[in-house]
Design a protein around this ligand. Structure first.
Ligand code: FMN
Length: 174
C-alpha cells in the first residue's frame, strides 16, 4: 500500500467483524507505535492491550462515545507516564499528548495496511479509566484506539468532509 493512499483513504470505523486480529499482525501494530519518535526521545508513551471482552466493556464505560470498543476485538490504550500527562509542567503537558498522537496514528496506519480499521475512543472519566487499567499513580490515559476488521460498508466511503484547503493551510503567516 502506498503511504499517501493509506493516509488519505483511511477513515475512522466504528463497526467491526467478529474476527480476531492475528498475533503477528498485532506485533506489527505494537511495533509501529513503539517506533514513533518523541520529543527529546523521552518515550513517555506506554501501551495497554485489551482483547478480553469484559475488560473492553469495563474501559468503554469510562467514555461517552465508546460503543465501538465493544465490537472491536482489539483495544489499545495509550498511557502517558507522569510529567507528560495532565500533571506535568506546561511544556511536557503539550509534548506528551503529541507523542501519544504520533504513536496512535502509526498504529492506525500499520493496521490499515493489514486491512484493519480503527477509531479512537476518548475516556471522559479519566480517573475511572486509570483505575480500570490499574495504572500507577500519576499515569494518564491519553486516548484509546479500537481496532478490527471492518464490517458492513466500505470503510473508505461515507467520510466526513474536511474543511477547504484554503481554510486549513496558511502560507508564510496566518
Ligand atoms: C483525539 C480524538 C478523540 C476521539 N474520540 C472519539 C470518541 O470518543 N468516540 C468516537 O466515536 N470517535 C472519536 N474520535 C474519532 C473522530 O470522531 C473522527 O476522527 C472524526 O470524526 C473524523 O473521522 P473520519 O476520519 O472517519 O472522517 C476521536 C478522534 C480523535 C482524534
Amino acid at each position: 500500500m502506498i503511504v499517501y493512499d493509506a493516509i488519505v483513504r483511511k477513515r475512522d470505523t466504528r463497526s467491526f467483524a467478529d474476527r480476531p486480529v492475528p498475533d503477528d499482525v498485532l506485533d506489527r501494530i505494537l511495533q509501529a507505535g513503539r517506533m514513533a519518535g518523541s520529543a527529546r526521545a523521552a518515550e513517555p508513551v506506554r501501551l495497554v492491550v485489551l482483547r478480553d471482552a469484559d475488560r473492553r466493556a469495563e474501559l468503554a464505560a469510562c467514555g461517552n462515545s465508546t460503543t465501538h470498543m465493544l465490537s472491536a476485538p482489539l483495544v489499545i490504550a495509550l498511557v502517558l507516564v507522569p510529567e507528560f500527562g495532565q500533571v506535568g509542567a506546561p511544556f511536557t503537558l503539550f509534548r506528551g499528548p503529541f507523542d501519544a498522537g504520533r504513536a496512535a496514528q502509526n498504529m492506525m496506519l500499520a493496521a490499515w495496511e493489514e486491512g484493519i480499521s480503527s477509531c479512537p475512543a476518548s475516556m471522559h472519566d479519566e480517573a475511572a479509566a486509570a483505575q480500570v487499567l490499574a495504572l500507577p499513580a500519576g499515569h494518564y490515559v491519553a486516548n484509546v484506539i479500537a481496532f478490527g476488521y471492518p464490517e458492513g460498508a466500505d470503510p473508505t466511503t461515507g467520510t466526513r468532509p474536511r474543511m477547504a484547503a484554503a481554510e486549513y493551510i496558511h502560507w508564510e503567516s496566518w
